[in-house]
Design a protein around this ligand. Structure first.
Ligand SMILES: [Zn+2]
Length: 134
């Protein structure tokens, strides 16, 4: 997923409409144009994950800055917050948000994004790299 995102090939509905793979560029959750920014950060549903996961408000600078720049920066920097590797949590958040979107579209699961956020917190605490190596 990250490779597709960084190469601007993430198959959002906006991307799929250009390639005649769908008849609508709308977000399946809120009907706004589904760009990669919308799918991974700006959709109201997705904002709940970011706000819940990191305790930020909807007015935080994260929601207005260059997401691709933030991704590159976060994935390359090895920052640890409270013994958790930030790049790991950020990458898992993006992956989980995209997976939740796909499950929603294909009607396999109606998992709420607050559940996704909770799973990410648990993953960050209990399944981070190296936790079983001690
Ligand atoms: Zn949306």
């Amino acid at each position: 997923m990250l490779w597709h995102l960084l190469n601007k090939r993430l198959p959002t509905n906006e991307h799929r409409l250009i390639r005649f793979m769908t008849d609508s560029a709308s977000c399946p959750r809120c009907t706004i144009l589904e760009s990669f920014l919308h799918a991974l950060r700006d959709c109201t549903w997705v904002k709940e994950v970011w706000m819940g996961l990191f305790g930020i408000s909807s007015h935080h600078s994260f929601f207005s800055e260059d997401l691709l720049g933030r991704i590159s920066s976060n994935m390359l920097n090895s920052v640890t917050i409270e013994d958790v590797e930030w790049s790991f949590v950020f990458g898992m958040a993006l992956e989980s948000i995209w997976r939740s979107r796909n499950l929603f579209i294909f009607k396999i699961s109606r998992i709420t994004l607050s559940v996704v956020a909770l799973k990410l917190v648990l993953l960050a605490v209990f399944a981070r790299p190296g936790v079983d190596e001690a």
